[in-house]
Design a protein around this ligand. Structure first.
Ligand code: ADP
Length: 306
């Protein structure tokens, strides 16, 4: 089983011709609600590939929270450890996008930050029996770290995605992640090295290895990924296929979710093959609009991925 300990956010998206100025009210031409949050996104992608999944998280006791639980169920995800609290609203991302695709975003984590150590302890059985535990940083970082520690102590593989990145990330995150997977921006925040190409990614990878990770993956958008590990300390490029990208929102989460699926269900594949397959899945997700709405199902993918 793939167990994700992380966030749920309701995306509230308004499309406008331009972004409003301070104090201004403008008319938009379209509004929609989407399901987001890195934890839930990653869990949904894993589930759509066929993984048995549990999401361990907290939403509000409100209509967004109720709708989110329904959404998880529709995706076949176990919601046994989705808590609902009356003390905060479901996490939201209010997003305004203009006709050039530029955006302004306000995130209110709400219930995500009320997910605490007791909630985690309640879910310890599923965490300890998982094949892979996946964490990010959209909940209280100390709680994410504790989840990784719990998993590790029970021989469960840990996949950590340091997003959104923290410049002063607790060094224990490095030593408790079997796989540490970040994008270029996150890599720069963690190391101070801007990542513009494969060579930079390699440099960053070496630096993160020294901090105690066993295996680093830096995702490079259309270029795919760079991987480096203790066993193979020479940076390796795993390219993504050429596709026409329509909307890359949530591509990183699609990648992480797919990787969790391969780690749990195809543990004998080489890491390079797992990354190549995950690149493929994520590259499908960029060819349609939306976040979870663009994530492929197993039936939409070529047979040779399974
Ligand atoms: P994030 O969404 O966190 O910014 P990236 O942009 O690095 O992450 O994308 C994550 C993964 O999604 C990449 O490693 C790649 O597999 C896939 N991907 C993203 N953009 C493209 C693209 N334009 N063409 C093909 N694959 C892409």
């Amino acid at each position: 089983e793939v167990v994700v300990v992380g966030s749920c956010m309701t995306d509230l998206v308004s499309l406008t011709t331009r972004l409003p100025r301070s104090g201004e009210t403008i008319l938009g031409h379209k509004f929609f609600i989407g399901f987001g949050g890195k934890g839930a996104n990653q869990c949904v992608q894993s589930a759509r590939l066929g993984a048995k999944t549990s999401l361990i998280c907290k939403v509000g006791k409100d209509s967004f929270g109720n709708d989110y639980v329904e959404n998880l169920k529709k995706n076949g995800i176990s919601t046994a450890f989705v808590g609902q609290t009356a003390d905060a609203a479901t996490g939201t991302a209010s997003i305004i996008v203009n006709s050039e695709g530029q955006n302004v975003i306000v995130i209110v984590p709400g219930a995500n930050l009320l997910f605490n150590f007791e909630d985690l302890k309640r879910a310890s059985d599923v965490i300890c029996k998982a094949k892979v535990v996946v964490c990010q940083l959209e909940i209280t970082p100390a709680v994410s770290l504790e989840a990784l520690k719990m998993a590790r102590a029970n021989g469960v593989k840990t996949l950590f995605n340091p997003a959104p990145a923290l410049a002063d990330l607790d060094p224990q995150f490095y030593t408790h992640s079997d796989i540490f997977c970040c994008n270029e921006t996150e890599a720069e925040i963690l190391t101070g090295i801007p990542v513009g190409n494969l060579e930079d990614a390699g440099k960053v990878g070496r630096m993160l290895l020294e901090r105690g990770c066993k295996l680093i993956i830096v995702t490079l958008g259309a270029e795919g990924c760079m991987m480096i590990s203790v066993e193979e300390p020479i940076p390796k490029h795993v390219p993504a296929g050429k596709v026409r990208a329509v909307d890359t929102t949530g591509a990183g989460d699609s990648f992480v979710g797919a990787l969790a699926f391969y780690l749990a269900y195809y543990p004998k594949l080489s890491m390079e093959d797992m990354i190549r397959n995950s690149n493929y899945v994520a590259s499908v997700s960029v060819q349609a609009a939306g976040t979870q709405s663009s994530y492929p199902y197993r039936k939409d993918l070529p047979q040779n991925l399974f």
